[in-house]
Write a new protein. Structure first.
Lengths: 426, 426
């Protein structure tokens, strides 16, 4: 049995969990995989920081380049997160002919095309199973198992923080602020929750999923992104009465005239497999003519799950190193024909505060009709000086729906369009 | 772009679907994967049989050896099913240094160890993603993504026919015979349904799942197997009242002193992720300390889904062939320490028809207690000359439960133990 030298960049939650497992589970990993994985170098920011496991001091360095350049390190694991210095270090490893495993969604969604190209040129692997969905195997299934499927749609709950917040808002009728505070106190949300609640984290993952599902390069900045900050708990209650559950969905679809990729709050029918994915769980649902529909669900984050995904990639790379083979290219990224969200068919939940008098509904229906948006259902909530009307529209071009929302806001009988949330078209 | 020659053994549902896709979707596959896959030879039993797609006659042969030996065939796809001649043909291909893709669960669960060893010796791949769960990617996730996870338990609904029958029995209160007849008329069950309803098909899949999850060789004949033929629809109703749904589960677990693998009808609590997997759907649920829990769900059979899984394997093998690399070994199968089911902790649903008089419950409770089986709940259904008692037992060694069931049958106050079904220990 030959041993493979592993170098890790980053000693945070995931890096620490992975390094601990490499040191304490070496025999179990060897028994199952037939490989001895040896942790040879670990780059951390602060070697003095107290950690759950005490690493031998001679393994640690504060200079990540030392890990990459160490001739004893056969493969480099990047777990620092963020764009720089991670991108430079990963490129440096690849250029030295060392395979790389990373969990860095931001890196892959921003510079993935270049990095994968460099890996292909050098005949080494760049694996990133942990970048989306934590422990849920989705990168490998998309790029290998489903390589022959013409996937038509990928829907993902890929951010555990927002799914936890939305679940709390649904189940306990708490406001966004209260649910966020609870998520923070339980460690599900950061002190600065912007990356999660704004949808930016989900957008990076949506870009990666879309790239792999459709074999085209979709960068993070090409993803139309809306967050959950402005969701009103009142709408969650009204939507529940109509049979919907709110989810922050990453949606990548083949429209026939290009791929559309977006992240936004979406009302999901209760019967849909994604509707019951609750708390901090993640899930990816996809459709295609061959497979019909597939669902993958599990924990989307955390040291343990992410370390398992990284370890699977490490073992695969180690097997390739031992076979002495150039790594076969797994991912092919043609330039994407992206379709703007404005051109998509979307369906909307709209809450209007209106003047409660005869003829109002006719005025509103007329405004919808003028812009080619037809109404699937309407419910009036309460009566009095001001009434609340909830509309769900039939699918129609997003641009028309946006113009209708604007036109409605301008009507004298409409006090305000209090909420506008897209509904999943099943 | 180089082209890879594909030879297919078997022109049935899956072989036909795959051959059709190779011929009609060549450009789409090439655009997504960067590979040109060329169908060069197809072995069928009856070239004259009418098929949904007309294959060029020069591609077809009735002599499968011609496909294997064809120098234009770079990789062999075995879709004949059954043990022979499939096993001999797969071995012949491997020995000629040709990689093989198969969907044959029986083959892999019976001779998988030898075939994988031969493939390893020749440095070629033997892939079998389609052998379990149809289009659900589970083989690759188990052997690669989760290679570093100490999986503790795999639970699978891996037979669509029985899941369809059980779903009908639950939702429409039809008997097993009626539900089977419906499954047959819809094409979900064969004219001779034995392999499905006896659990044999699920047992082969359980053996494969266990082998990959635990990195040990588990053959199909090592799987304790019970079918669904004797399930009474009355028990399905009583179990529903207690909060359970019946499923035919493949269960592979690490017990601490060995691996136990079994297939039997199991009452699953309604809140469990597998409880809502209905109709002909398949799903695999697994647990481990790193990943917590993962669920994979989708269509478990059919030409389209299975062809997609096979195509994924073909593309992976083709990439390896183009990289000119010996295939890295993906699976390691140490000899298994198997634990007999009799030693496992199991929990039971028992329906007893008893004489309805004072003191009966004390006698029955005494019989349970004497054999160390404790009762979690008891419900009496109806009163009169004969009463029905439903017991759910706490987990205890299976051997003790079996002795208790025997002892109960021998009590003069017990007319019969009318049903005994294991309950999932969550």
């Amino acid at each position: 049995m030959v041993s493979i030298g592993v170098g890790i960049l980053g000693g945070g939650t995931v890096g620490g969990a992975l390094a601990t497992r490499l040191l304490t589970e070496q025999d179990a990993i060897a028994a199952k995989s037939g490989l001895t994985l040896e942790l040879r170098h670990l780059a951390v920011r602060d070697p003095g920081k107290p950690r759950p496991y005490v690493f031998p001091p001679n393994l640690m360095t504060t200079v990540p380049e030392e890990v990459v350049d160490d001739p004893e390190v056969d493969l480099v694991v990047e777990l620092m997160g963020g764009l720089e210095p991670a991108a430079g270090l990963v490129m440096r490893a690849l250029q030295a002919g060392k395979p790389v495993v990373t969990a860095n969604k931001e890196l892959m969604a921003t510079t993935g095309a270049e990095l994968l190209e460099e890996a292909g040129r050098r005949g080494v692997s760049l694996l990133f199973e942990a970048a989306v969905g934590g422990a849920i195997p989705i990168i490998r299934p998309l790029s290998e198992s489903l390589a022959g499927e013409r996937i038509t749609e990928v829907l993902g709950i890929v951010n555990g923080t927002t799914n936890f917040i939305l679940t709390r808002m649904c189940q306990q009728a708490t406001t966004f602020r209260e649910a966020l505070a609870e998520a923070q106190s339980l460690g599900y949300a950061e002190t600065d929750p912007t990356a999660d609640v704004s949808g930016a984290d989900a957008a990076a993952k949506a870009a990666i999923l879309a790239s792999l599902a459709f074999g085209t390069w979709v960068g993070r900045d090409m993803v139309h992104t809306e967050g959950i900050e402005s969701l009103d708990v009142a709408d969650i209650g009204f939507a529940a009465d109509l049979g919907y559950v709110p989810k922050l969905l990453a949606i990548a679809s083949e429209t026939g005239t290009g791929i559309a990729v977006r992240v936004h709050p979406t009302l999901v029918p209760v019967g849909h497999p994604l509707a019951s994915v609750s708390g901090s769980q993640n899930a990816i649902y996809l459709r295609g003519p061959g497979v019909d529909e597939l669902l993958f669900a599990g924990p989307g984050a955390g040291g343990g799950p992410t370390a398992t995904a990284v370890l699977g990639d490490i073992i695969e790379v180690a097997r390739e190193l031992l076979a002495g083979a150039p790594a076969p290219p797994r991912v092919r990224l043609a330039p994407a024909g992206l379709r703007p969200v404005a051109e998509l068919e979307t369906s909307w939940y709209l809450r209007l505060e209106v003047v409660d008098r005869a003829g109002v509904l006719a005025r509103i229906a007329g405004a919808f009709g003028d812009l080619g948006v037809s109404i699937e259902s309407m419910v009036q909530i309460g009566r009095g000086e001001t009434a609340t009307l909830i509309f769900v529209t039939h699918p129609s071009p997003e641009s028309g729906s946006r113009r209708a929302i604007e036109a409605l806001s301008g009507l004298d009988v409409v006090r305000q369009v209090a909420a506008a949330i897209r509904v999943l078209i099943a």
